[in-house]
Design a protein around this ligand. Structure first.
Ligand SMILES: [Fe+2]
Length: 237
């Protein structure tokens, strides 16, 4: 399995709070059967702003530490970019980290709404040859109220990521049933952990439970695409 969305780099955002936590998260991910993980620290959300070089350097150090500990889990660079006015300019200047520096960007909306300029920004990102992957779509209040607005963005070429813990009900029954609805209707392109911490925390680096849940809804073959085939296409650009 490939996990496209994690806050596994230490002291970058509200994710791993130290190298020790970061390494424990990697260990847990590897034990769960995750073979590759993409580090996607928050950026441009008004609190965090991480240039590419900083992310690359931290990913390099984490990979070195994993090698020293004998943990087999390649970590790739990425970021979770908040939808903001200057995203296009920053992308042009190549200041923003895409997923594995390729042709896909993990894009985050505010939880309460889909900003009015979303469609235009997505279109402009696509013109640059980059495909937006919308993070944790099931947790967005506007998509919950108007699923058609998500279907519209997908029809226009955006891809949707579902968070593993949403399927187990960690964010409540409403988000769980909306996640099931999105899966059943073929609107989800990939499932990722959005891991922020380790062990039994709500968002830990575990995909296998969500795979079991999703398999009951759409079958194991379709779920394989969501955690392996599609994430692989994304990291290969
Ligand atoms: Fe995230």
């Amino acid at each position: 399995m490939i996990d496209l969305h994690s806050h596994i780099l230490p002291n970058m955002d509200d994710g791993a709070s130290s190298w020790e936590v970061s390494l424990k998260m990697c260990q847990q991910a590897a034990e769960d059967g995750i073979q590759i993980i993409v580090a996607t620290p928050h950026t441009l959300n008004g609190v965090y702003d991480h240039p590419r070089e900083v992310i690359l350097e931290k990913v390099k150090i984490l990979n070195q530490k994993l090698k020293e500990r004998g943990i087999s889990l390649p970590v790739l660079p990425g970021s979770e970019v908040h939808l903001s006015a200057d995203i296009l300019e920053r992308l042009k200047k190549q200041e923003i980290m895409t997923l594995n520096e390729g042709k896909y960007i993990l894009l985050e909306f505010p939880f309460t709404q889909v900003p009015p300029q979303t469609e235009e920004i997505i279109f402009r990102i696509q013109i640059m040859g980059i495909t937006p992957v919308l993070s944790h779509v099931e947790r967005n209040l506007e998509f919950q109220r108007k699923p058609d607005s998500l279907a519209n963005l997908i029809q226009k070429g955006a891809l949707a990521q579902l968070t593993a813990a949403s399927l187990s009900g960690a964010f409540g029954t409403k988000i769980r049933s909306f996640s099931q609805h999105l899966l059943s209707n073929g609107l989800i392109y990939c499932i990722a952990t959005d891991a922020h911490s380790d062990l039994e925390s709500k968002r830990n680096p575990v995909l296998s439970k969500a795979v079991a849940e999703a398999s009951r809804i759409i079958g194991p073959k379709a779920v394989f695409d969501l955690v392996q085939t599609n994430p692989q296409k994304i990291i290969e650009g």
